[in-house]
Write a protein that binds this ligand. Structure first.
Ligand code: FES
Ligand code: FES
Length: 166
């Protein structure tokens, strides 16, 4: 019989404990054990970025992270980006710019773009450099619908908004 372990971690600002195989994918812990179904599965092998979350503030593919690696760590999913009813600037910009169509890639892109914006990774750059950097940093997030232009527009708009409010 498979050995189960208790794993305590922080998810979207709240302490959570799960009991599962240490080999269970973080993606499945989030979706099955914690019912956080915003995080999506695309390829299941680290290629598409649909399952992107932040682990201790860094962007990871949750399909490649084992639950046993997550004890004591901090996870942020797409459900953790908004503050109450107020969407993150990135989420609002994705809606306003039309950067989401079928939506399968959108949670992962929202998480990765929030990391870009909140870390100031395109702050103080000219337009061309900022756009090139966003494309580079989002290269692991595949979208088959938008052609990326509207997603990049959204990240640039969100970065401007967040930068202006700092
Ligand atoms: S489902 Fe994880 S990278 Fe595609
Ligand atoms: S909006 Fe459909 S895959 Fe990106």
């Amino acid at each position: 019989m498979e050995r189960l372990v208790k794993i305590a971690l922080e998810v979207n600002g709240a302490p959570r404990t799960v009991e599962c195989s240490p080999w269970k994918r973080l993606l499945d812990v989030l979706r099955e054990d914690l019912r956080l179904t915003g995080t999506k599965e695309g390829c299941g092998e680290g290629e598409c970025g649909a399952c992107t979350v932040m682990l201790d503030g860094e962007v990871v593919n949750s399909c490649l992270v084992a639950a046993g690696q997550c004890g004591g760590r901090v996870v942020t999913t797409v459900e953790g980006l908004a503050r109450g009813d107020v969407l993150h600037a990135v989420q609002r910009a994705l809606v306003a710019c039309g950067g989401a169509q079928c939506g399968i890639c959108t949670p992962g892109i929202a998480v990765c773009a929030t990391h870009i914006v909140d870390r100031g990774l395109i702050a103080n750059r000219d337009e061309a450099s900022a756009r090139a950097t966003v494309r580079e940093l989002l290269a692991g997030n595949i979208c088959r619908c938008t052609g990326y232009q509207l997603i990049v527009d959204a990240v640039i708009a969100a970065a401007r908004e967040v930068g202006a409010s700092r």
